[in-house]
Write a new protein. Sequence first.
Length: 185
Amino acid sequence: MDLAGRTLSARRFRHTLGVASLAEDLARRHGLDPARARYAALLHDLAKEIPEKQQVCLAQRWHLIRYSEDESCPSVLHGPLVSYWLANCCGLADRDILAAIAHHTLGAPNMSRLEMLIYSADLAEPGREFPQVDNLRQALYHSLEKGTLTCVEHTLHYLEESHRPIHPLTRLTHEDLRRRHGFGT
């Protein structure tokens, strides 16, 4: 928590604490380790406030660019950047925590339960106030897997409604979660 508190603005740190709180609650509810969930949540946005131009430079240097959208919409790079930095500069070896951090913005096919938890907690944390956020939280408490699918669908709807680009990884995440839950197969 100390690293996040020193690195992030007050607003981003409040968000991070909200994500950590919801992640812990969801972890307890769904039989995951609350300490690992809190740890991943506290680290997930460490690179969020790095200027986007610098994020692109770091992602290029570290070979993290996978899609053209990574460069055209660099706000999606902060998760992979933090994950890479924690693994390669800080020696964090927990692959599930690293994946949860890397995939908390776009998701990924075959997400683990911890990855789903951090992805969803980031969207539905207690400080978020938008229509349907309470429905997302309820869905997550009922079922982590179906709740995560609901979160991804909410994100897709929001992006479509606001005429924003949808990253291919988010589409792949949605397809994977639908397939895992027997929808549209």
